[in-house]
Design a protein around this ligand. Sequence first.
Ligand SMILES: Nc1ncnc2c1ncn2[C@@H]1O[C@H](COP(=O)(O)OP(=O)(O)O)[C@@H](O)[C@H]1O
Ligand SMILES: [Mg+2]
Length: 228
Amino acid sequence: MTDPIIIVDDIHKSYLMGKEAVPALRGVSLDIAPGEFVCLMGPSGSGKTTLLNIVGGLDEASRGHIIVAGENLVALSENELARLRLHKMGFIFQNYNLLANFTAEENVEAPMVLAKVGRRERKQRAMALLEKVGLADRSHHYPSELSGGQQQRVAIARALANDPPILIADEMTGDLDSETGFAIMELAAQLNQDGMTIVFVTHDPRMAKFAGRVIELRDGKILEETGD
Ligand SMILES: Nc1ncnc2c1ncn2[C@@H]1O[C@H](COP(=O)(O)OP(=O)(O)O)[C@@H](O)[C@H]1O
Ligand SMILES: [Mg+2]
């Protein structure tokens, strides 16, 4: 059996609200194998975003261990964590989070600038990625000149910029009409077929159907799991 690409081991997370600790995750354990297509579901406030952010190294657990691509996140310095995020994980959010003053192509290039990829290679790769998501003809458009679905495609191309093995997506179809949402999920399914490990959060059971494995969170714990 191949080693898991993500190991979540007894993660607890509380946020301080004034003097009170609000529990967001209460002992979550989970292994994800390379190439899995995993959906996290659960009601609002159940801890989905907290779990994704901790797996993505964007937030720290109060207790427990996370191993991503063989690296123990807790043991990494800020710089090492930033490198891991840059090269091992692509992130997609509900509201696209594109840079408003950058064109589509420049948005896709941004993570490659951070990774110190040369200018010519950056441009070539950004164009190839925009073509992959069906937006080659919009490369010089700014986010405000693109529809929501097109902006999310740019965000996906950007997430793929440094060719990470893992894609992490929080409600990526949440702001899209269902037809556009389906098209985005089909793109994700295609990336998964090409070998990418994908972990995504959705409220929408129709989007969850794309996953090979569905994990239900409730009150900061895993409730049940279904899959194929
Ligand atoms: N930055 C924060 N400060 C305080 N409480 C937070 C913070 N982020 C999340 N929480 C709380 O943690 C719990 C889980 O939130 P979240 O992970 O965002 O849930 P979901 O994404 O499933 O809606 C909720 O009770 C929420 O209010
Ligand atoms: Mg959330």
